[in-house]
Write a protein that binds this ligand. Structure first.
Ligand SMILES: Nc1ncnc2c1ncn2[C@@H]1O[C@H](COP(=O)(O)OP(=O)(O)OP(=O)(O)O)[C@@H](O)[C@H]1O
Length: 229
């Protein structure tokens, strides 16, 4: 589903590569934690998958797309099939919860009928039915992240990329979000999640890919945050 082949990324302004000869595969349906110290290349890896950046060398594949070689006009199609959530939620502040989710469907050209059907389905999935008319400013952090997850899933993505999705949440709320991501994964969506949260990684016991100074330092099938024992 996702494949990096000997990927190196050197930003024009930096002296060492943000990613250095990284190869990895992610199968359909996997849940992968991407860990490593600040600056180790986690966000860069996610940005390469989205074609927000191009690798300096190596290949990036998402499903059947050769991402690095993809024509610019095809990039929106790729991104439509990738769901993204971030630490800071990135909701549209002047739209309601329902409108935030609907927006993701509008930009991919879905019909009014589909939007009317899918928005309530997504709200129910993330446990926010009843809050559809709230504005983002009226939501707790956990609720805002649920809306972001609902929006990310609305177009049935091939993979959900999550960059520190619990970074702004207290431990209890983080656990709730992880239960939700776990449920979404068990229902079939591939999840790749960059995180610094040791407790979460240790509790979930899923695949752990660790980066260090841009190099792949560890890839454990059912890993913990610290070095494997
Ligand atoms: N746009 C950019 N231009 C130049 N250098 C960059 C750029 N983005 C990231 N870098 C550098 O690339 C390296 C990897 O950064 P990246 O953001 O991928 O790390 P990260 O593991 O996601 O860190 P964090 O956990 O702090 O988010 C760092 O040395 C960073 O300074």
């Amino acid at each position: 589903m996702l494949r990096l082949e000997n990927v190196t990324k050197l930003y024009p302004t930096s002296v060492r590569p943000a990613l250095d000869d990284v190869s990895m595969d992610v199968d359909r349906g996997e849940f992968v934690f991407l860990i490593g110290p600040s600056g180790s290349g986690k966000s860069t890896l996610l940005r390469l998958l989205l074609r927000e950046e191009a690798p300096s060398s190596g290949n990036v594949f998402v499903a059947n797309w050769n991402v690095a070689r993809l024509a610019n006009r095809k990039v929106p199609k790729l991104r439509q099939r990738m769901g993204c959530v971030f630490q800071d939620f990135r909701l549209l502040g002047n739209r309601t919860v329902a409108e935030n989710i609907a927006f993701a469907l509008e930009v991919t050209g879905k019909s009014e009928h589909t939007i009317r059907t899918v928005v309530p389905e997504m709200l129910e999935l993330v446990g926010l039915d009843g809050k559809s008319e709230r504005m983002p400013a009226e939501l707790s952090g956990g609720e805002a992240q649920r809306v972001a997850i609902a929006r990310a899933l609305a177009n049935r993505p091939l993979v959900l990329l999550a960059d520190e999705p619990t970074g702004n949440l207290d431990p209890e709320t983080s656990d709730d979000i992880m239960l939700l991501l776990d449920r979404i994964n068990r229902a079939g969506t591939t999840v790749v999640m960059a995180t610094h949260d040791r407790q979460i990684v240790d509790a979930m016991r899923r695949r752990v890919v660790e980066l260090h100074l841009g190099k792949l330092a560890r890839d454990d099938a059912r890993g913990v945050y610290g070095a494997s024992r």
